[in-house]
Design a binder for this molecule. Structure first.
Ligand code: FMN
Ligand code: SF4
Length: 490
């Protein structure tokens, strides 16, 4: 069990107890005491922008399962996950999962990859999701379901051939991160980035022809699109000024617009970041890596060391959003940090993944930080649609925080990640007023992140009986026990 000093959310059983804990901890997270009846719920309200109509305020965030074939096709496991997305009741599918635009951009040898060969099976994946949605919610239910595909190049975190053999192609040198790659880090040349634009266009065209309504030009979590936004140390047309650092994103969007008609473009972005964290030797709690002031000034996008800096640090994101707004990109999914170097920022959890660290803060603070960043940007760009992330740690309190945030206009839609691996139809239960299944809530055990770190498929091993019964569950449990025993000995 975690040695964390923070109370488990499951123990904060009443609104009074939850509120008292937040107040004691100085976490200004607001929530509604009661869920509104389904007919009056802000979460049930459709949202319409131009010709796009999304039937309610729940969004399924993209989540990979590391379970495609070596060629980049979906497997039965992938199809099962997407069917679960379909029965969730959410009406916006933000990309399904990260799909590489070419082989050297895959984050693992089992990541989906868009190509002429894989297009048909990926098209079927979407069809299965839509069919599952219709089966559960009625034959016309997909009229206000919006399904897209997330396109990516994994950049620094590429591992296309062997799960534990990094093959990084970074946006720029970054001394704090480079030393985590003993084999060295190659940096994309300008000409290679020029050519990569064409790969995004080709993948976008295949996605449109496969039936997807939009593509997400991914710019989050330390992958290439995000690292380029912070590539201050890079020379040439793709680095230095914000104008240059956004050039790749701009060119990809312009080129898709020019060459692929009838396809919306959206962007998921890590709007703020921190320096990389590492595990402290004596107690395994996360702490910021000591890096020189010069380095911390030179790399990263919207880097904060303190929450008081958040608003100011979002100036960089504001610059990108102005550009996206001008390019006609209206849908933004907000995230923060990276699962590789500051997982407590990106996906707040009580229990760390295998390569992580004990929480350096109450994970509720991490949830609040992403909610706050989203609210600030929504305030400043009311004309854009914002999807928030990192709600899963809220567990039983998720629906009431979600309702509050949408009602107050702090975000337009609430994005759901890990919770839907554990409890796929939570949105449907909330929207129908059914009683919530307490035993199904994700307790942020992080096994869905540990699995892939070991080269295994991802899934909710502790709570989804389908995964609990798989042989990988035993490996993961043994590794978890071993690492806790080792920690206890230290
Ligand atoms: C197993 C797993 C796979 C993920 N894969 C992706 C991905 O492919 N693309 C992406 O943008 N985010 C990915 N994420 C991040 C989630 O979309 C989300 O931002 C994160 O889990 C925080 O939201 P939550 O608190 O609801 O889980 C992944 C997260 C998990 C746990
Ligand atoms: S393994 Fe299950 S309970 Fe653990 S974090 Fe992932 S979804 Fe949540």
């Amino acid at each position: 069990m975690s040695r964390s000093p923070y109370p488990r959310v499951a123990t904060l059983r009443t609104a009074a107890a939850f509120r008292a804990h937040l107040e004691r901890s100085g976490i200004p997270l607001a929530f509604d005491d009661e869920l509104a009846p389904p007919a009056e719920s802000p979460l049930a309200r459709p949202i319409e922008v131009g010709r796009v109509r999304v039937g309610n305020r729940f969004c399924i965030l993209p989540m990979e399962g590391w379970d495609g074939t070596r060629d980049g096709e979906p497997s039965d496991l992938t199809r099962r996950r997407w069917r679960h997305f379909g029965i969730s009741g959410a009406k916006l599918m933000w990309g399904g999962e990260a799909v590489a635009v070419r082989h050297d951009g895959r984050a693992n040898p089992h990541q989906l990859m868009m190509s002429d060969r894989t297009q048909r099976p990926i098209a079927k994946l979407r069809e299965e999701l839509v069919a599952a949605h219709r089966d559960r919610f009625g034959s016309n239910a997909d009229a206000d379901l919006w399904v897209g595909l997330q396109l990516t190049h994994s950049g620094r975190y590429a591992r296309p051939d062997v799960h534990d053999r990094p093959a990084p192609i970074a946006a720029c040198a970054n001394p704090a991160l480079d030393r985590r790659f003993p084999g060295g880090v190659r940096v994309f040349t300008d000409a290679e980035l020029d050519r990569l634009v064409d790969d995004f266009v080709a993948a976008a065209r295949l996605a449109r022809d496969a039936g997807f309504s939009f593509v997400d030009v991914k710019a989050c979590h330390g992958y290439l699109g995000h690292e380029l936004l912070g590539a201050r140390t890079r020379g040439g047309p793709y680095g230095g000024s914000l104008e240059n650092r956004t050039r790749f994103m701009r060119r990809v969007i312009d080129a898709i617009r020019a060459n692929v008609g009838g396809l919306e473009i959206v962007v998921r972005m890590s709007v703020f970041d921190t320096v990389p964290f590492k595990r402290r030797d004596n107690d395994h709690v996360g702490e910021p890596e000591q890096i020189t002031t010069v380095n911390s000034q030179l790399s990263g996008f919207g880097v904060i060391s303190d929450d008081d800096q958040l608003d100011a640090a979002l100036d960089e994101a504001r610059g990108v959003l102005r550009m996206l707004d001008a390019l006609g990109v209206k849908w933004i999914c907000v995230s923060g940090g990276s699962p590789y170097y500051n997982p407590h920022v990106q996906r707040p959890a009580m229990f760390p993944p295998l390569d992580g660290y004990e929480p350096p803060e109450d994970p509720l603070r991490g949830v609040w930080r992403q909610i706050r960043a989203t609210a600030i940007l929504k305030r400043d760009f009311p004309q854009l649609v914002f999807v928030g992330s990192a709600y899963s740690y809220l567990q039983e309190w998720l629906p009431r925080v979600a309702q509050h945030n949408v009602r107050e206009g702090l975000c337009d839609l609430v994005g759901l990640g890990r919770i839907v691996l554990a409890y796929p139809d939570l949105p449907a239960d909330v929207l129908s007023g059914a009683s919530l299944k307490r035993a199904a809530f994700c307790r942020t055990f992080s096994d869905c992140t540990t699995g892939p770190r070991l080269g295994l498929v991802s899934g909710c091993y502790p709570l989804d009986p389908f995964y609990t019964a798989r042989p990988e569950a035993i490996t993961i449990r043994d590794v978890r026990t071993d690492s806790r025993t080792a920690a206890a000995r230290e």
